[in-house]
Ligand binder design. Structure first.
Ligand code: NAI
Length: 508
């Protein structure tokens, strides 16, 4: 039914010339397609076209394209004054307000205007594609085409198949996306599609860690940036950038749309701060304070310097012990006894367990017990975890030991899974569940998260790098400790960990 999407002469209609519509028009014209723009507001379509023109000309000024190429792209942009003007289109992309009835009305009218083989695509970010298509005569030609803001810079687009979308329509949209210089990822019509679904773990788990009094905002962000996972921003910096007025409603909406699935459960902390107007960068105050749009970071106090007399390291996690032994080599006396001598500080390297549980399991006084997170090795920022009764002087000594040689250290309260273990396990587990539900192919999940959320690696590849079996252990220990189904391991993760294969392994 679809005309050849690789054809040079494709005409794309764009309905709604706001922030998204004008960006979509720009990349389509730059990608060699004719574009017809329309908007319900007088002058808005022309304003959108003029904006897209300026942006295209700017790419020529920067030398990205030649003047001739830019002029040809600009010449492909045109405005029509009513939906009826979109009759010649091969594809119409709707980017009007996010209101179901308005979108249905637009598509209902379009059905009477465009040819039977014209694709109808919606840029909705949160509505169901199936719901938008319901009531139309030809529902098989309706698909989601979800771009991200700003469109020319965010090089990924979700191609969303509603219940009745034909695969040929999705194929054609993938071709069009590539022609426009974007990477398509295919997703089934489910709440949050791919990017907004996969992005649930980072923020909600960060919020839980703060709410449990384990670490503060900055401590968590520091660990996500410098403690191994290599994120550009931690959850609180990210929420401050997006704005809680946007992030919090998305958290609530996805949670409700999945019938209160515990994996996505938000916390009261973001709601309260959102109501209080602490939206982030845009209001000058969020989780951080901003001056001249720059985050104000108080200087970190110097690390203590007095070292402990001797250190005993539990062998409950032999790989973690070996890593810690190597990192501490030459800096402190190692107590090699089966049980610690009375003068030793005791260290643990648990996966998914807290320090208290680790100490009690080996029948050692919790006052002299501490844990170190080795999930990402010990090259980056190190996590030192106390028990509720840890001796403060001993804590300073272990801090000094971990900081020796200039390492940065974050001291946290007791937590089953430290900070990084539980955030990364949550992020990977949600991605595994997306794969398990066949919402998208494993490669597309990773691509969407890298390009749409800016994570350094896709969550499934990240899980592979850390080790599926270790993450499974973290999650199982967390379920055991918290009794919260939020942490139940996805069947996708469980099976691949048991089989010893990559989390990117699709089902045969
Ligand atoms: P916007 O408010 O900047 O632009 C919407 C435009 O649609 C306005 O110019 C308005 O006059 C026009 N419009 C409204 N009703 C219309 C109708 N019946 N017919 C023709 N034009 C109509 O909104 P924005 O941000 O561009 O969002 C558009 C769509 O894209 C929404 O569905 C939104 O959820 C989605 N989206 C937005 C993103 C964002 O970050 N802004 C990101 C991804 C998707």
């Amino acid at each position: 039914m679809v005309r050849d999407a690789r054809s040079k002469d494709i005409t794309v209609g764009v309905v709604g010339a706001g922030a998204m519509g004008r960006g979509i028009a720009q990349i389509m014209a730059a990608g060699g397609m004719k574009v017809l723009m329309v908007d319900a507001n007088d002058g808005a379509a022309e304003a959108g076209r003029a904006f897209a023109e300026r942006m295209i000309l700017r790419t020529a000024e920067k030398g990205v394209v030649s003047d001739e190429v830019a002029a040809a792209a600009v010449a492909r942009l045109a405005v029509v004054d009513a939906l009826a003007g979109l009759a010649p289109c091969d594809v119409v992309i709707e980017a009007v307000v996010e209101i179901l009835d308005v979108k249905r009305q637009v598509f209902g009218e379009l059905e009477g205007i465009v040819d039977a083989d014209c694709i109808l695509a919606t840029n909705t970010s949160s509505l169901s594609v199936t719901a938008i298509a319901a009531g139309l005569r030809h529902r098989d030609r309706v698909a989601g085409f979800h771009f991200f803001n700003p469109v020319p810079l965010m090089k990924v687009v979700e191609v969303v198949e509603g219940l009745e979308t034909s695969s040929g329509v999705a194929d054609a949209l993938c071709v069009i996306a590539r022609r426009a210089g974007h990477e398509p990822v295919r997703a089934k019509d489910t709440p949050g599609f791919l990017v907004n679904h996969a992005g649930r773990g980072l923020n909600t788990e960060g919020v839980r860690i703060v709410s449990e009094g384990i670490a503060d905002f900055a401590g968590i962000d520091d660990l996500m940036r410098e403690g191994g996972p290599g994120f550009r921003m931690g959850p609180f910096e990210l929420m401050d950038t997006t704005g809680l007025d946007v992030s919090h409603p998305v958290m609530e909406s996805i949670y409700e749309q999945f019938y209160q699935e515990p994996r996505f459960r938000p916390g009261p902390l973001t709601r309260q701060r959102s109501i209080g107007g602490l939206h982030g960068r845009k209001t000058g105050r969020g989780f951080y304070v901003y001056e001249d749009n720059k985050k104000v970071t108080p200087p970190a106090p110097p690390a203590p310097t007095d070292l402990p007399d001797a250190v005993w390291i539990s062998n409950a996690e032999p790989a973690g012990r070996a890593m810690l032994l190597q990192a501490l080599a030459g800096t402190v006396e190692i107590d090699d006894g089966k049980k610690p001598s009375t003068r030793s500080v005791c260290l643990f390297t648990p996966l998914g367990k807290d320090t208290t549980g680790s100490a009690v399991a080996e029948n050692i006084e919790a006052e002299r017990c501490f844990a170190v997170d080795t999930l990402f090795g010990l090259d980056g920022r190190r996590t030192l975890m106390k028990t509720p009764v840890s001796d403060p002087d001993l804590c300073d000594q272990v801090h000094a030991l971990l900081a020796a040689g200039g390492h940065k250290v974050t001291v946290i309260h007791d937590s089953a899974g430290f900070v990084n273990q539980r955030i990364i396990a949550t992020v990977v587990n949600i991605a595994c569940d997306i794969a398990q539900q066949r919402i998208a192919a494993p490669d597309d999940i990773d691509k969407a998260v890298r390009l749409g959320l800016g994570y350094p690696t896709g969550p499934l590849a990240l899980g592979d790098a850390v080790g599926p079996a270790r993450l499974l252990k973290v999650l199982e220990a967390m379920v055991d400790f918290y009794g919260d189904p939020r942490y139940r391991p996805s069947p996708w993760l469980k099976r691949r960990a048991m089989l010893g294969v990559s989390l990117l392994t699709p089902e045969n």
